[in-house]
Design a protein around this ligand. Structure first.
Ligand code: NAD
Ligand code: UDP
Length: 312
């Protein structure tokens, strides 16, 4: 039985990670300050003897009693509308929060995994993106607060590995969706589903020709777990390579919901990447991992969760 600290554990991905470790019979300490997360995401775990919650901002000194085997640092606003509203907090949690959690990993002799992102590739000039690509990020643009915080977090993680010998892992997560995303999260899939189910127009930014490759949460969590259990210290992409334009994605969501929601076009946010697709050769080779849940199945499960929460 392992003892695991999950920062950002009350968020979308963090709460699914808590479920994964609790399901394995491990002890989970979930740490969150609810800046973008919610107690609703972990309410089902309260009362479980293997689950403990600590309300704490991880940019401040972190105290955890007892041993820790693993630390998964997932705390950070992740939706562009969140990190545009919380630019300083986003920079702090990626830098100071990563420093604090790495310091804790060193003190507890725990294995550390950082949630990095496909945003480290910025608006990519290489397609699909392999881990060896250094990226094309605008440091002073609106997205710079998130992208550079994550790039700093990767550099800090490698420094603790090289200088202090901390056992570290870096996952570069590509767009992931699924149950528990906030209705007002602002990212494409929750927006499209919430809008179509609530009788609003579905907002596509720009002309909708920009692409993403979207991964269902269960696939991502399995990939992260395999990476944590592997020996790979350098970054590994985890994502579903099935690429789609945002206009086609909006149409697909509306067609699965089966109503006549109208698509409207709004301004494209600054520095919005034009294309994105993970090269998952490395994850296939070293983790024997592939995304297995298709978009239709994943969207149906996500829509069912949104319907329940919206009472539709
Ligand atoms: P989320 O907003 O649902 O979850 C983030 C959680 O971190 C929230 O519960 C929030 O309250 C918490 N948090 C933020 N700052 C904190 C602080 N200072 N102290 C304590 N808790 C704090 O977002 P998510 O989609 O679950 O993303 C989780 C992680 O995965 C983030 O690090 C994000 O950058 C990374 N990621 C996610 C995706 C994706 O597609 N979902 C893609 C790439 C990377
Ligand atoms: N997007 C959109 N309509 C929305 C929300 C997002 O067309 O209501 C677009 C956004 O401009 C981007 C893509 O969908 O091109 C994915 O956006 P998201 O916020 O999900 O994640 P990103 O990959 O940009 O961080």
């Amino acid at each position: 039985m392992a003892r695991v600290l999950i920062t950002g554990g009350a968020g979308f991905l963090g709460s699914h990670l808590c479920d994964k470790f609790i399901g394995k019979g491990d002890e989970v300490i979930c740490m969150d300050n609810f800046v973008t997360g919610s107690p609703d995401n972990i309410a089902h775990l309260f009362g479980n003897k293997n689950f403990k919650f600590i309300h704490h901002d991880v940019t401040e000194y972190i105290y955890v009693e007892g041993d820790l085997d693993y630390i998964l640092h997932f705390a950070s606003p992740a939706s562009p509308i969140d990190y545009l509203k919380l630019p300083i907090q986003t920079l702090k949690v990626g830098s100071l929060g990563t420093h604090k959690t790495l310091g804790l990993a060193k003190a507890k002799n725990a294995r550390f995994l950082i949630a990095s992102t496909s945003e480290t590739y910025g608006d990519p000039l290489i397609h699909p993106q392999p881990e060896t690509y250094w990226g094309n990020v605008n440091p002073v643009g609106m997205r710079g607060v998130y992208d550079e915080a994550k790039r700093f977090a990767e550099a800090m993680t490698m420094a603790y590995h090289r200088f202090h010998g901390v056992d570290t892992r870096i996952v570069r997560i590509f767009n992931t969706y699924g149950p528990r995303m906030r209705l007002q999260d602002g990212r494409a899939i929750p927006n499209f589903i919430n809008q179509a189910l609530s009788g609003q127009d579905v907002t596509v930014y720009g002309d909708g020709s920009q692409t993403r490759s979207v991964c269902y949460v269960d696939d991502l969590i399995e990939g992260i777990y395999r990476l944590l259990m592997s020996d790979e210290v350098y970054p590994v992409n985890i994502g579903n390579p099935d690429e789609i334009t945002m206009l086609d994605l909006a149409k697909e969501v509306i067609s699965i919901i089966g109503n006549d929601a109208k698509i409207i076009f709004e301004d494209l946010p600054a520095d919005d990447p034009k294309i994105r697709q993970p090269d998952t050769t490395k994850a296939n080779a070293i983790l024997k991992w592939n995304a297995s849940i298709g978009r239709k199945e994943g969207l149906e499960k996500t829509i069912a969760d949104f319907r329940k929460r919206l009472g539709k």
